[in-house]
Design a protein around this ligand. Structure first.
Ligand SMILES: [Zn+2]
Ligand SMILES: [Zn+2]
Ligand SMILES: [Zn+2]
Ligand SMILES: [Zn+2]
Ligand SMILES: [Zn+2]
Length: 333
């Protein structure tokens, strides 16, 4: 008896189909683990179309198995608690998790963007006020908001300010700007009074020098009064900066420079303050220096950068000689 060829073909074909089916069956019964790559014999987990040994589906933070609700972020799996505690970005102001885009302040703290509108920001360090980040803060009667950290060093007292003025006078003298602090009458006033007295003349209103002199017919100074007004309640680093700036004005006046071009004069005062700040290394100083360097004011910011370029090229001595004898920066600066 002969088996018809067609039957034989069908037989082989049938065999092939059943082998394929057995393979598929084996696959679906014993899938491989997407984590370790080995066949899964016993219980298995199915997540997003992949199979896992139950203890091989793990948290990408703590590496322990995930057995209940979890988060998927950027293709990684996390226990909810691991995500919330270690991965999620928490807002430095309200403490809640931030999803999507956010703001980062100078200090690297992340914030919900909405806090630009609904939170108070410290005038002196730009942090948003919060209990855990800045230890709270306050708003002075003149409208300035100051955080708890800046308040810790805030100078409200004329005696304390006087001591800082002497300290600053010492640092100024080291660079060649000699001012006897005893010739200065120091007054601490709030921002409201500063604005009403000198609002038109002063840039960001932290200090002001009111200088008066009476000269004889021969041009000899017979009498002079020097009142230095300082905004009260500024943190110590800003107080140092402002005193160094204003005392450099005093030095210019005492050297007879009453009409120095504002760009050269203010730029020099800021540059002197910058040099004094180098005696106070630390994060707050770096922040103040960065603010000076980035100031886009055409007199105070631009003047500072141009005087700095000039002084760094000719030297501190030559810069001060010019400031004592001329009203302008030389050409090219
Ligand atoms: Zn596995
Ligand atoms: Zn975990
Ligand atoms: Zn927030
Ligand atoms: Zn602050
Ligand atoms: Zn000034």
């Amino acid at each position: 008896m002969t088996i018809p060829i067609t039957y034989r073909r069908c037989f082989w074909l049938l065999l092939l189909v059943s082998l394929l089916a057995a393979g598929i069956l084996a696959d679906s019964l014993q899938p491989t683990c997407a984590a370790c790559g080995r066949t899964i014999d016993g219980p298995r987990l199915q997540v997003d179309g992949r199979y896992y040994h139950p203890d091989h589906f793990t948290c990408d933070f703590c590496n322990r198995p995930i057995t209940s609700d979890y988060m998927v972020v950027d293709g990684k799996n996390y226990h909810n608690s691991c995500y919330e505690r270690h991965i999620a970005v928490h807002c430095a102001h309200c403490g809640l998790i931030i999803r999507g885009e956010y703001l980062v302040d100078y200090w690297g703290n992340p914030y919900h963007a909405q806090h630009q509108r609904d939170a108070r920001q410290c005038k002196y360090c730009s942090r948003f006020i919060s209990d855990h980040l800045t230890n709270g803060g306050t708003t002075y009667r003149d409208g300035r908001t100051v955080c708890g950290s800046c308040l810790e060093t805030a100078v409200h007292d004329e005696d304390e300010a006087g001591m800082i003025m002497r300290e600053v006078a010492g640092h100024l003298a080291e660079i060649g700007i000699e001012v006897d602090p005893d010739v200065i009458d120091l007054h601490l006033i709030d921002l409201g009074e500063m604005v009403s007295r000198f609002g038109k003349q002063s840039h960001n209103l932290r200090g002001f020098v009111d200088y008066h002199e009476k000269t004889s017919m021969l041009g000899v100074v017979k009498e002079r009064t020097i009142d230095l007004y300082l905004v009260t309640g500024m943190p110590r680093r800003h107080t140092v900066t402002t005193l160094a700036h204003e005392m450099t004005h005093v030095w210019q006046y005492l050297n007879g420079r009453l009409a120095t071009d504002p760009l050269f004069s203010e730029g020099s005062c800021n540059y002197a303050a910058f040099l004094v700040l180098l005696n106070y290394p630390g994060d707050e100083t770096e922040y103040v220096i960065e603010t000076l360097l980035k100031d886009d004011d055409p007199i105070y910011g631009e003047g500072f950068r141009r005087v700095m370029a000039y002084a760094e090229s000719v030297g501190t001595g030559a810069w001060l000689r010019r400031l004592r004898s001329q009203d302008n920066l030389p050409r090219g600066y």
